[in-house]
Structures are given as C-alpha cells and as structure tokens.
Design a protein around this ligand. Structure first.
Ligand code: RP5
Length: 167
C-alpha cells in the first residue's frame, strides 16, 4: 500500500516536499517521480500502469502552468487522483488551478488549494483514503488531529499571556 507523487518538473519539488514528508510521517511509502504530461507522455502512462501493479493506491499529481498531469493520470487509472496546482509565474497558479479542476464529467480529479495548505492537504487526503480500510492508520490520523488541536490551544494560551503582560 503506497502513494505515488508525480510532479511535472523538479522545479516543483520545493513546494511538494512537504507533501511527501507528510505521507511518510504516517509510515506510508511515497514514491516521488518527475514525469510530465507534455514532455514525457509515454512514461507517464507506463508509470501509472505499473504503479497499480506495485500496490500504489492513490496518485498525487502536482504541476504548474498548463497543468494537465492530474487529468492525464486520471484518464489512465480508476484509482483516486489528487491534483495540486502550483503557483508559477506569470499567472500565479490560476492557470494551473483551472487546468486541474475543470475536468470533463467522467474523469474525476480531486483538486487542492494553490499554495498554502494544498500540498499538505493532498497528502492528508491520501492518508484518509488509505485509512478508510486500515484501522491502525485511522488511529494515527486521529492522533494527528488531536495533536493539531493541542498545538492551537498552546498558541492561544501564549497569545493570551502575551496580551496580558502587555496590558
Ligand atoms: C509544469 O511546467 C511543471 O509542473 C512546472 O511547474 C512547470 C515548469 O517546468 P520547468 O520549466 O521548471 O521544468 O509542467
């Protein structure tokens, strides 16, 4: 059981590393590859076909600009495909967002936020998909949620203390 993270270019990695790290923090293998819908179209299809045979259960596809990677992958598999549009210049990611999200009916791509929490949320969504049939993983997700809540509580307490000492 693993996740495949595909990126259109190595220039995407600085924004997608958090995605791979988040998947791996749950003890799930994350295969990271640079494969482009436009520059390596045949390799994309071969990789998608062989990945399913290797136990990949979810594809995460990140690309900027004319971001067709997630759509092409979704056209070649029945596994869930999560698309992460990236905020490249000069259009800042609106181009990638529209290319990723505006899929024709019949070929679904779950699309995440441009920048911000998008790459991390794609990872967490992949973990949620896998956790739906894995009780141990569901437990880890639950612990992650509780820890996140605890950290927000800490931040709030710090803010209250700082405001009190400045009053
Ligand atoms: C997209 O083109 C890639 O996902 C990347 O975001 C963008 C630019 O690629 P490089 O020219 O940096 O290789 O396919």
């Amino acid at each position: 059981m693993s996740v495949a993270l595909m990126m259109g270019s190595d220039s995407d990695w600085s924004r997608m590393e958090v995605c791979a790290k988040t998947v791996e923090s749950f003890g799930i293998e994350c295969d990271v590859r640079v494969l482009s819908a436009h520059r390596t179209p045949h390799e994309v299809v071969s990789y998608v076909e062989e990945s399913a045979a290797r136990g990949v259960k979810v594809f995460i596809c990140a690309a900027g600009g004319a971001a067709h990677l997630a759509g092409v992958v979704a056209a070649h598999t029945m596994l869930p495909v999560l698309g992460v549009p990236l905020d490249n210049p000069p259009l800042g990611g609106l181009d990638a967002l529209l290319a990723t999200v505006q899929m024709p009916g019949g070929i679904p791509v779950a699309t995440f936020a441009v920048g911000g929490g998008g790459p991390m949320n794609a990872a967490l969504f992949a973990v949620r998909v896998l956790a739906s049939s894995d009780a141990a993983l569901a437990k880890k997700l639950d612990a992650f949620g509780k820890e996140q809540t605890r950290k927000v509580g800490e931040k709030d307490a710090r803010l209250q203390a700082a405001r009190k000492s400045n009053a």
